[in-house]
Ligand binder design. Structure first.
Ligand SMILES: [Zn+2]
Ligand SMILES: [Zn+2]
Length: 380
């Protein structure tokens, strides 16, 4: 008999649905080569999403709304699974699951922490696991090993895809995953996702951070953002430093006044020398300088050889312009530290990405499940 190749492609268009995006859509297509009348074997390849009725498998679409039809915001995360089965088909089935996240790549460009970036992505990371049911006849398909980032998380931008943007979520090193003829096994693919900018910010050339995909929240934010937040707003943090530097500048002006229109910066201050210090300075001077010193420091001969020093002011001896400029420099440095901080980088990046996503008509993350009939003479 002539081998009939039955190809079923299940396309799940997971729209990131939200305030930003339109509703989700799941679509299923059959593609048959040749006429349907030649299809003689039982074919029951099907799939179901975790939100579908338990035990039911569908050949005509199923539910897989990765983002739960909720608005997606920075730091959101979640997990969804879908399951597919050969369903006891008469033939062995080679299967594959391919992902396409092209819509999340090369989103926009803009300034991140004062540096212009030409490539800003939707900062999602994913982790995928695949399991087969207990007591399965066949073996669970090995999931591909993503580059970088331990623990299985990956950025779509780091994955090599075909020209249409698809890549297989399985490792094909030791052959294609399959269901044997008559197999009722089912494979469950679980997709974890996070909006995690810590995995992207190192590309910006500004703030550097070790990517952190942990999601245990002990304070207000996910750990990766909390660290940046604390560095910025925590005690002695960048915000405190900036405020202290600004206060130091205004305090200096309060204390020392400001330059005159002729470019001089002079003012009087109370003389803080004690009587003993005045006496000692006075005694060290020659007779002519002593006269000037008495005038300057309010000293009068008390008639018994001693000097009485009354309260008086003297010219402030501070190097005003140098001291003031040093304080202004420190304030500028403190402002710069805020603007180039990790938190600024996160906020800038997230804002660019969110705005770019919102401007798109739709954003799709596609999981395509394929099942191919294996020729009967092919020995699995
Ligand atoms: Zn002064
Ligand atoms: Zn004095």
């Amino acid at each position: 008999m002539k081998l009939r190749r039955v190809l079923i492609i299940l396309i799940v268009l997971v729209l990131i649905s939200s305030a930003f995006f339109s509703s989700s859509l799941a679509r299923f297509t059959d593609e048959f080569a040749g006429s349907d009348t030649a299809l003689i074997a039982k074919w029951n390849f099907g799939a179901r999403g975790e939100d579908d009725t338990a035990g039911e498998f569908y050949n005509k679409g199923f539910t897989f709304d990765l983002f739960n039809a909720e608005s997606v915001e920075p730091m959101d995360f979640g997990v969804k699974s879908f399951t597919f089965t050969g369903g006891g088909s008469d033939v062995a089935i080679l299967y594959d699951v391919q992902m396409n996240a092209d819509d999340l790549l090369w989103l926009t460009e803009g300034t991140v922490a004062k540096t212009v970036r030409t490539a800003v992505y939707a900062p999602f990371v994913f982790k995928i696991i695949a399991e087969i049911n207990d007591g399965a006849v066949d073996t669970a398909p090995p999931v591909f090993s993503p580059p970088d980032y331990d623990s299985g998380w990956f950025r779509p931008v780091d994955i090599t895809t075909d020209e249409d943007g698809y890549f297989s979520i399985f490792d094909h090193t030791n052959g294609e995953p399959f269901f044997s003829p008559g197999s009722m096994d089912s494979v469950t693919v679980t997709v974890y996702w996070q909006w995690n900018t810590s995995c992207y910010i190192n590309d910006t050339g500004t703030a550097f951070v070790s990517p952190d995909t942990s999601t245990e929240i002990s304070e207000t934010y996910l750990p990766y953002y909390q660290a940046a937040y604390d560095e910025y707003y925590g005690p002695g943090g960048l915000e405190d430093r900036r405020e202290a530097a600004a206060d130091a500048v205004s305090d200096y002006l309060d204390e020392h006044g400001s330059p005159a229109s002729d470019g001089t910066w002079e003012h009087d201050v109370d003389c803080e020398l004690s009587d003993e210090e005045h006496n000692s300075e006075y005694e060290s001077l020659d007779p002519e300088a002593k006269e000037d010193y008495l005038l300057e420091h309010g000293g009068t001969d008390d008639g018994t050889g001693g000097i009485t020093w009354s309260a008086h002011s003297v010219l402030c001896s501070a190097d005003h312009f140098r001291e003031y400029n040093d304080l202004v420099d420190e304030e500028h440095d403190a402002i710069d530290a805020c603007e180039t901080s990790l938190m600024a980088a996160y906020d800038d990046y997230d804002t660019l990405a969110a705005d770019a996503l919102a401007a798109k008509e739709s954003v799709k993350v596609i999981f395509r499940i394929k099942g191919d009939q294996i020729a009967p003479e092919q020995n699995m």
